[in-house]
Design a binder for this molecule. Structure first.
Ligand code: GLN
Length: 304
């Protein structure tokens, strides 16, 4: 398979695509990013790297960090914490409060904001230095310790975290948040503010394509069984109320973020990432979804 030729075709297809999406502005700092940025990076288990565009420029990974949070929680704890966060698709927007009220403060899954906030609460209880440990985990899976947060994005989101504070308060009223609300909000916002490039994210996501092992030296970061479960949750819940559409069009487990990034995996084959800031109405990168749909169409294979 000539992957570079396929990526070049995707690049030229993208240049002809009209884009009606809007860059996220509810976090003011994200609104400053050029809507023209576009990059893609494909990291194949057997044949290395293929890319185009702004694939080495760092951007705000936002909700893609929820996959790392879940991975850390699953590696330090047994299955018991799934009593506090379910594994069902929500069919609602990522920051919705509605289901939480009638489902007694138990979020539908770890990839909507409510679920990721519970995971943050769990990590605060379990880890000595949650922020440092989170960054250390990202450094370990990428073998790159230059990765860090964008402090402006962190500050900008902290100043307008009204919905996340509401989610935390509601869940705390049901007893599903154990730590101080401000502390959980601070840690959650911190992990969302991590900046990584498509290339770095593809390396990080390689563990989900490679049965939980780092590709460079075969270190087992998370067990194959847990990797299967994380991929299953990405498949069913990675795109909020557009998870079905992403499955239908792309056919890979993946996770999006409001910074315009999407990371996806074809287990046993590759990790792929794309970055294009304009978002569709469901909060997922419009051109990013299109690029990944073209990838599985042009290669002729997905997980299905
Ligand atoms: N930090 C963002 C928020 O909490 C993440 C949302 C996302 O990327 N979908 O709203």
């Amino acid at each position: 398979m000539d992957y570079q030729q396929i990526l070049d075709t995707i690049k030229s297809d993208l240049s002809l695509m009209p884009c009606t999406g809007k860059v996220a502005s509810y976090i003011p700092e994200l609104a400053k990013i050029s809507p023209k940025k576009i990059g893609m990076h494909l990291h194949c288990i057997n044949s290395g790297h293929y890319s185009f565009g702004d694939n080495e420029e760092r951007f705000s990974i936002q909700s893609i960090s929820k996959v790392f949070g879940l991975t850390m929680a699953m590696s330090v704890l047994n299955d018991k914490f799934f009593e506090r966060v379910d594994v069902e698709p929500s069919g609602d927007p990522f920051n919705s409060l509605i289901q939480l009220e009638y489902e007694n403060g138990i979020p539908r899954n770890p990839f909507i904001n409510a679920g990721a906030l519970v995971i943050s609460d769990i990590l605060i209880s379990e880890l000595k230095n949650p922020k440092k440990d989170f960054l250390d985990f990202v450094h370990k899976i990428t073998e790159n310790d230059t990765i860090t947060i964008n402090p402006e994005v962190f500050k900008s989101e902290k100043e307008c975290s009204f919905r996340n504070a509401a989610l935390l308060n509601l869940m705390k009223s049901f007893g599903n948040i154990k730590n101080d609300i401000e502390e959980v909000l601070d840690f959650y916002t911190y992990q969302c503010a991590i900046a990584m490039s498509c290339k770095e994210l593809a390396t990080a996501f390689m563990i989900y394509a490679n049965s939980g092992k780092r590709l460079s030296n075969g270190d087992q970061i998370i067990s194959p069984q847990k990797t299967k479960r994380i991929n299953a949750i990405m498949q069913t819940c990675g795109f909020y109320d557009e998870a079905g559409e992403f499955s239908f069009r792309v056919g890979l487990p993946g996770k999006s973020g409001v910074g315009g990034g999407i990371a996806a995996v074809h287990p046993g084959h590759y990790a792929v990432t794309v970055w294009s800031p304009p978002l569709n109405p469901k909060g997922n990168s419009e051109l990013g979804m299109y690029a990944l749909e073209r990838l599985t169409t042009l290669t002729g294979f997905s997980i299905f």
